[in-house]
Write a protein that binds this ligand. Structure first.
Ligand SMILES: NC(=O)c1ccc[n+]([C@@H]2O[C@H](COP(=O)([O-])OP(=O)(O)OC[C@H]3O[C@@H](n4cnc5c(N)ncnc54)[C@H](O)[C@@H]3O)[C@@H](O)[C@H]2O)c1
Length: 375
């Protein structure tokens, strides 16, 4: 007799705005392994309309406290603006419920450390949405690199060149240090450099610049960093919201091959190219071996979480791991605003860049008010 089908994992979504649609569709695609049993939004009408569309049987709650008292859950998806992420996640962990938190996980390293501490104390995982780590080509790239066939990583480039108009910042939480945590470094490029870090591992030091070139934000709209990794690789990282021809691009030059991806918000295998170095042509076959047409998206990461749980493992992108990516963002700001290189681990103790990404050292003033910007 075959094993009975395991019961569906019970999940709830907190926040039913734009990105919650991607979470809900991913859960629906993964049925019957998982189901949405409840949703929460401070905007009750939005929550009700969302439940009617994606999960007609789901309960609708006005706040996270009511949700956590009312339901037995396997996971809460935190799809709210960034300044709410850690307080909501800690509420869930203390109720014994793992949290899958939209990026950026936290507004600062200090807030992240609070989350890491509660996750350790409760033994309940806090996971960050970094969906591009989980696309089939990224998984294959890490596997081939770990297997030694690509040779030593030598140089890499990582670019998030996106375009946002002033209207994009009409949402009151966007472009504000105290609510969004930062500009394209924290909110947009973080996906690409998380993927870079997931491939190249720990970094040693970086030197960065940041500027507000054109947009009505308090935060930067461009940043760039030169990075040295523990394994000796060198990389550049560019995060921009002022680039009319938009692209997301990563390139890795290993001793035996160049591996590249160019996409916008999600890639398939078709967006990657693999160029073996002379004498290593056989590697192209290894790269093509397990070709897939899956897009790097929320479904891939949620499927990886379910797979890990089924195998009795802790899923990837847990809080102490996601902290490395947040530290990279903090170091980018600290280096840019202090005008000197920053080493990994250096932002600690009473360093103001531990407490906020702006470190109280932003060299430009606050944005003009929204009314002034539109006058
Ligand atoms: N992973 C990705 O590719 C990706 C893409 C876009 C946005 N995001 C992230 O997703 C998060 C949400 O972004 P969005 O564009 O969906 O925002 P949004 O403003 O469209 O939606 C946020 C929702 O949360 C609700 N909300 C706010 N505070 C709440 C609270 N305390 N309890 C319950 N509901 C609350 C709001 O009413 C709103 O409906 C942000 O952190 C953003 O950076 C991630």
């Amino acid at each position: 007799m075959s094993d009975p089908q395991p019961a569906a994992r019970r999940v709830a979504l907190i926040g039913t705005g734009a990105i919650a649609h991607a979470h809900a569709q991913a859960v629906i695609d993964l049925a019957p392994r998982v189901e949405i049993v409840a949703v929460v939004d401070v905007d009750a009408a939005r929550a009700r309309a969302f439940a009617d569309r994606f999960a007609p049987g789901a309960a609708v709650y006005p706040d996270a406290g009511a949700l956590l008292r009312g339901e037995h859950l396997d996971l809460v998806h935190i799809c709210t603006p960034p300044q709410t992420h850690v307080p909501l996640a800690i509420q869930a962990l203390r109720a014994g419920v793992p949290a899958l938190i939209e990026k950026p996980t936290a507004l600062s390293l200090a807030e992240m450390d609070e989350l890491v501490a509660v996750s350790r104390e409760t033994g309940v995982p806090a996971l960050t949405v970094f969906q591009h780590r989980f696309g089939p080509a990224a998984v294959r790239l890490r596997r081939l690199l770990a297997g030694g066939v690509l040779g030593r990583p030598l140089v890499a480039t990582c670019e998030t060149l996106w375009y946002r108009t002033a209207d994009y910042f009409d949402l009151p939480w966007r472009g504000r240090w105290e609510i969004e945590g930062g500009g394209p470094t924290m909110g947009h490029g973080i996906h690409q450099f998380d993927l870079l870090l997931s491939v190249l591992g720990p970094w040693t030091r970086l030197s960065a610049f940041a500027a507000r070139q054109a947009l009505p934000t308090d935060t930067e709209d461009v940043s760039m960093a030169l990075v040295e990794f523990d394994n000796g690789a060198l990389a550049t990282v560019v995060n921009s919201l002022v680039s009319p021809r938009e692209t997301s691009r990563l390139r890795f030059d290993f001793a035996h091959a160049t591996v590249e991806v160019e996409h916008l918000y999600g890639y398939t295998d078709a967006d990657w190219t693999f160029t073996p170095a002379p004498g290593h042509e056989h590697l192209a076959e290894l790269w093509a071996e397990d070709a897939s047409d899956e897009t790097s998206g929320h479904r891939g990461q949620i499927a990886a979480i379910l797979d890990a749980w089924d195998a009795g493992q802790v899923p990837a992108a847990a809080a102490d791991d996601a902290r490395r990516t947040l530290e990279f963002a903090a170091a980018t700001y600290a280096s840019a605003f202090r005008g000197r290189p920053v080493a990994a681990g250096e932002i600690a103790g009473d360093d103001p860049f531990l407490r906020s990404m702006d470190g109280g050292a932003v060299p430009w003033g606050p944005a003009p008010s929204r009314q002034e910007a539109h006058a």
